[in-house]
Design a protein around this ligand. Structure first.
Ligand SMILES: Cc1cc2nc3c(=O)[nH]c(=O)nc-3n(C[C@H](O)[C@H](O)[C@H](O)COP(=O)(O)OP(=O)(O)OC[C@H]3O[C@@H](n4cnc5c(N)ncnc54)[C@H](O)[C@@H]3O)c2cc1C
Length: 506
């Protein structure tokens, strides 16, 4: 179902009341306690909460470093969180495929691209740490059996092609092999187990957790709460909070329940808030990223997102009111999402722009067939047909196509300075494939502050909280204002591995 009628500014405001009423995502009361005199129900060596990239990589690395009794606890009935439904796009500098394709890249270059997107507030030390170890994380996925397309992609804001993508174009192509590897290594995995608070020792150190058993997401039901001792400590890998409408609206009131979201339902943020209650420092919570490649014609990430991520480099994004381009199609996400949101009709209502690609170039992506089959993308034999369908003024559109094709030829985009490397030889010509674009809430740049050892700093003492580590989207400040596409997988995995190494003192 198209939700374009829900996109107008007035509806954002109207939605605010509605959102308050559907705040199922508000975390249940979870309070950390002193561990004094506690009777432990269970004792484990390494305790990991969350089964996405960060949690799985942490478990494998802890085992590799000698841990014998590693446990992952996951509140949902299934494992993988947002990681399992993600696009499977993984950026790293200096990879085997870059060598094969002759792409010159380096840690410095990847960090510089991310710093530019972070607009001055990203954490350079963390970005560098992740870039330096990204190939190791990629290798962990190779070892586990992940398979990738035999080509690299150049995503928005990246100055070179450095992104692998799983052959299934989905994060499950990584989480499933990692989960299998965890089990092979003897990691204990528990689903329907919800973390509800820390148990804290005399000096404020984390010594264990309270874990609700037999938890059913979204249902208000008792379930026994176990007190579990963590001998080496706890790794929080509980992901972002994009599905928690109250929390995200507290940062940005326009992000109501009516604004589409790409995330899995469990991305509700209570793990992060419990760390704040313990003393962790909140960073950049208001920087919530919207994905500029999403479509208003389908729910969640859908088929269009991966389709357009692949096609943006050799496509033209058009404002339907003017028939002209309005952005660099491979600028960073925030630049593009802001430009798309500014596409309005004369009354100020949302007018989702269109992405025009030559069918011959788009059809190389496996999702092209699906977007056409499920009516979230359309094929047109002529520009007249296309303009009529989307009510775009024909003359300026024709002139724009001609102008854009001159940039394809010269390799220089005089309108928006787009890097035309991946557009070489790919002229915009009939037949065309077209999708509509409208940003969806996608990623939380904010979270708890960590250092390059994945330790969580205490706001009161300024020291790391002993026994506590955090990794993945639950952490904040790494990317600053805008995370580049394909940079979360390396971050989650590297910081998960780092947390395990810190805990194992390896
Ligand atoms: C649709 C989509 C596509 C994306 N595509 C890409 C991409 O191609 N490349 C890229 O780099 N990034 C991508 N991202 C971003 C990336 O997938 C996420 O940032 C990443 O998966 C986060 O991993 P994580 O391990 O931190 O958290 P998650 O994978 O979200 O895992 C956290 C887990 O913790 C569990 N949990 C939460 N609270 C509790 C609790 N109280 N008790 C127990 N368990 C709990 C959750 O249920 C969840 O399973 C995408 C994101 C989405 C939503």
């Amino acid at each position: 179902m198209s939700n374009v009628d829900l996109l107008g500014r007035r509806n954002f405001i109207k939605g605010m009341g509605a959102a308050a009423g559907v705040a199922m995502a508000a975390p249940a009361m979870a309070v950390s306690e002193k561990a004094d005199g506690v009777t432990w129900d269970k004792e484990v060596e390494v305790l990991i909460i969350g089964s996405g990239f960060a949690g799985l990589a942490a478990a494998i690395e802890a085992t590799r470093k000698g841990a014998k009794d590693v446990h992952i606890f996951e509140k949902m009935s299934y494992f993988g969180g947002n990681s399992a439904i993600n696009g499977g796009l993984f950026a790293a500098p200096g990879t085997p495929m870059q060598k094969k394709e002759g792409v010159k890249d380096s840690v410095d270059r990847m960090v510089a691209d991310q710093l530019a997107a972070g607009r001055g507030i990203a954490d350079e030390a963390l970005l560098r740490h992740v870039a330096e170890h990204a190939v190791e994380a990629l290798e962990m996925t190779f070892d586990a059996g992940s398979e990738y397309h035999p080509y690299l992609q150049q995503l928005g804001g990246h100055s070179v092609a450095r992104t692998y993508q799983t052959t299934v174009s989905c994060g499950a192509g990584i989480t499933q092999p990692l989960l299998k590897m965890c089990r092979k290594l003897g990691v204990n995995t528990h689903n329907r187990s919800k973390f509800e608070g820390f148990l804290v020792g005399e000096k404020g150190e984390v010594v264990g957790v309270k874990m609700r058993q037999n938890y059913h997401f979204g249902e208000d039901q008792p379930g026994e709460v176990l007190k579990i001792k963590a001998k080496r400590g706890v790794i929080m890998a509980t992901g972002g909070f994009a599905q928690n409408v109250d929390l995200r609206m507290a940062q940005d009131p326009t992000l109501t329940s009516e604004v589409g979201c790409t995330n899995a339902p469990g991305a509700t943020g209570e793990g992060m808030y419990e760390m704040f209650r313990l003393g962790a420092i909140p960073v950049h919570l208001a920087h919530i990223q919207s994905g500029p490649w999403a479509s208003p014609d389908e729910g969640g990430f859908g088929y269009v997102s991966n389709y357009s991520i692949y096609n943006f480099p050799h496509s033209m994004a058009i404002n339907r009111l003017t028939g002209k381009r309005f952005m660099d199609e491979i600028a960073d996400r925030k630049t593009r999402a802001d430009a798309e949101l500014a596409c309005r009709d004369e009354q100020g209502n949302a007018l989702p722009p269109i992405l025009i690609t030559s069918y011959k170039d788009s059809k190389k992506h496996p999702n092209t067939k699906k977007v056409i089959k499920y009516n979230v993308g359309w094929k047109f034999d002529s520009v007249e047909e296309l303009a009529k369908h989307f009510d775009v003024p024909l003359k300026p559109l024709k002139a724009q196509i001609e102008e854009y094709n001159s940039y394809v030829k010269s390799g220089e985009d005089k309108q928006f300075g787009k890097n035309m490397t991946k557009a070489a030889g790919k002229y915009i010509e009939a037949p065309f494939t077209v999708v509509r674009l409208w940003p969806k809430v996608h990623y939380c740049q904010g979270g708890v502050q960590i250092n390059t050892k994945a330790e969580v700093k205490d706001s009161f003492t300024g020291q790391s909280i002993a026994g506590l580590y955090a990794a993945g989207e639950v952490c904040g400040g790494i990317h600053g204002v805008s995370r580049l596409g394909s940079c979360s997988i390396p971050e989650c995995m590297v910081m998960g591995m780092t947390a395990a190494r810190s805990m194992m003192k390896a």
